[in-house]
Write a protein that binds this ligand. Structure first.
Ligand SMILES: [Zn+2]
Length: 211
């Protein structure tokens, strides 16, 4: 995409735009099209304008590629959407520099799990307005507000996502409930930094709509 911008104007003149790969094929699938809207909204909120971001661009390409149908079932198609949305959310927050420490309590520093041991020790909680995870004790302190638990399985998933490409994750049978708590946590982090609610997030939230 090339464009021309006058210093005194807010709007740019679009000179040309080259379509690398069309995503129109995905638009006929409901969940995939919701995911595309979500990617676009998150990218718009997190990326500064007029600043190329190679890593973010490659993340988008990877998750879009991971959505491509491979001749499988409806469940398989939907499963790829949940995997892609979760992976994208985690890495979008990470690349923006806002991914908090996931192995320790933000309040008291208690180690929640040891990534080296691949074991989950303490339960972990999150809530709006908190920049990271809390241990059970800190999550109950006065003024902490609503809390949600980030399950051990979702924390393991997050750890794996930070190590592997989206197409190489060990879990393959995803559905809307898979890592829904992790997506909620990440959406809250995105919304806190964007200072507004995401319009597309409720469409993906299992608790607000029937699948
Ligand atoms: Zn604590």
């Amino acid at each position: 995409m090339t464009y021309f911008q006058r210093e005194t104007r807010e709007l740019v003149n679009l000179d040309s735009c080259e379509l690398i790969r069309s995503q129109f094929g995905l638009a006929s699938d409901y969940w995939a099209s919701v995911a595309l809207d979500y990617f676009a909204e998150v990218a718009e909120q997190l990326l500064p304008s007029a600043e190329p971001n190679e890593k973010f661009f490659r993340l988008l390409l990877a998750v879009l590629e991971s959505l491509r149908p491979e001749g499988d079932s409806e469940a398989g198609k939907a499963g790829r959407v949940w995997r892609a949305v979760t992976y994208f959310s985690l890495w979008a927050v990470r690349l923006s520099g806002w991914l908090p420490e996931l192995h320790a309590c933000l309040g008291c520093g208690t180690v929640l799990d040891d990534p080296e041991m691949e074991s989950i020790g303490e339960r972990a909680f999150f809530g709006r307005g908190r920049a990271g995870l809390s241990c059970e004790h800190c999550s109950r302190l006065p003024g902490s507000g609503s809390r949600w638990e980030l399950s051990a399985a979702s924390r393991m998933t997050a750890a794996e996502m930070l190590q592997r490409p989206v197409a190489q994750l060990s879990r393959t049978n995803w559905d809307q409930a898979t890592a829904a708590d992790l997506r909620r946590f990440l959406v809250q982090q995105i919304e806190a930094h964007a200072e507004r609610r995401l319009v597309t997030a409720p469409l993906l939230d299992a608790s607000t709509i029937a699948p």
